[in-house]
Design a protein. Structure first.
Length: 333
């Protein structure tokens, strides 16, 4: 299973300003002073291995879209934010024809559907597009965003065979060489998370979900949903203080809650997702470092409070890795 992140921002697409690009260039040149960088290979190695990620690269600004490869000829896609535009361009460039593309929608807020009108494979009459979701009015609303006065052309302009399938929480869908399970999540208007199990590997796509006090209960359903997954894509644009402060009830979660739930669910890799559009690349790098530090600190705390011999192995073995997802990232499970 390969997981491709095409859009990882939340709320609204963001673009780098000319000043931000200039700052990256200046930062890279300052870091390169005194280095032996005469060949292209030396320069590439320096950028890849020596520069901080926020200078050499960046998180990007597309809103949510994740493509999951399972070995099936059909395409498995989660959400249709602005990131689906670049995915569509890649699919067309790759020469795909007569394809079936399954698009699972988490919810109908604009940042998760705004890229659908720009999804090039939808205009190819040889393709079949199947939209999946838990909202009863999925078809009405996806078509509605392309009606006057919101968009110049309507969904009838799509030449592909377009259909819609509504699923209920707890339902398991068998497609793309996978079993896909759906869970209802706490978010204004309701959102849905998806778990994909395929050939011994598993990933969970859980964006736009708030985990309140119920998350601390012993029988929290989300824990069973993510249990033992190799990858958890987790909505965490906020710090802990923000999530219980003035942004409480906004329908999102924090990095700290992500670590806690991933630990209880025995998750392999925790991927922080749905980044705040107001966060710079440097902000996101610091946010990732803070999240990793919290995990390490919590492991130490558990080790020290265990009864018995001091220094006994910590029971907190999970998550084994924390990453901050960025546009263009591919994870091979």
């Amino acid at each position: 299973m390969k997981v491709h992140f095409k859009g990882t921002r939340g709320s609204i697409p963001t673009a780098y300003s000319s000043t931000e690009i200039n700052n990256k260039i200046v930062g890279a040149l300052l870091a390169a002073r005194g280095k032996d960088l005469r060949s292209e290979g030396q320069i590439k190695e320096f950028v890849d291995k020596k520069l901080p990620f926020h200078i050499g690269y960046g998180w990007g600004g597309n809103t949510p879209c994740v493509h999951v490869e399972t070995g099936s000829e059909d395409f498995l896609i989660f959400d249709g934010g602005s990131g689906i535009r670049s995915l569509g361009q890649e699919i067309v460039k790759g020469g795909a024809k007569n394809s079936t593309l399954h698009i699972f929608i988490s919810h109908l807020h604009y940042d998760h559907i705004q890229g659908i009108p720009f999804f090039t494979p939808a205009y190819d009459p040889s393709n079949k597009i199947v939209f999946h979701g838990g909202h009863k009015d999925l078809e009405k609303n996806l078509k509605g965003q392309m009606k006057t006065p919101f968009f110049p052309i309507d969904m009838d302009t799509f030449n592909a065979d377009v259909s819609f399938e509504i699923h209920k929480p707890g339902e398991t869908i068998d497609l793309c060489n996978s079993l896909i399970t759906i869970i209802e999540q706490d978010h204004p208007g309701t959102s849905y998370g998806y778990r994909v199990d395929s050939k011994g590997k598993s990933m969970v796509y859980s964006t736009d979900a708030e985990h309140n006090n119920a998350a601390h209960s012993k029988e929290y359903p989300f824990i069973n949903f993510i249990k033992g997954s190799d990858l958890l894509i987790f909505d965490a644009p906020y710090t802990h203080s923000q999530s219980i402060g003035n942004r409480e009830h906004w329908g999102h979660s924090s990095n700290i809650m992500g670590v806690e739930l991933a630990a209880r669910g025995e998750v392999g890799t925790l991927a922080i997702f749905h980044h705040d559009p107001g966060s710079s690349d440097q902000d996101l790098e610091e946010f990732q470092a803070h999240t990793k530090k919290f995990l390490q600190t919590s492991r130490t705390a558990i080790k020290q409070t265990q009864p018995g011999i001091p220094g006994a192995p910590s029971s907190r073995k999970f998550p084994t890795e924390i990453i901050s997802a960025y546009d263009g990232l591919t994870i091979d499970l």
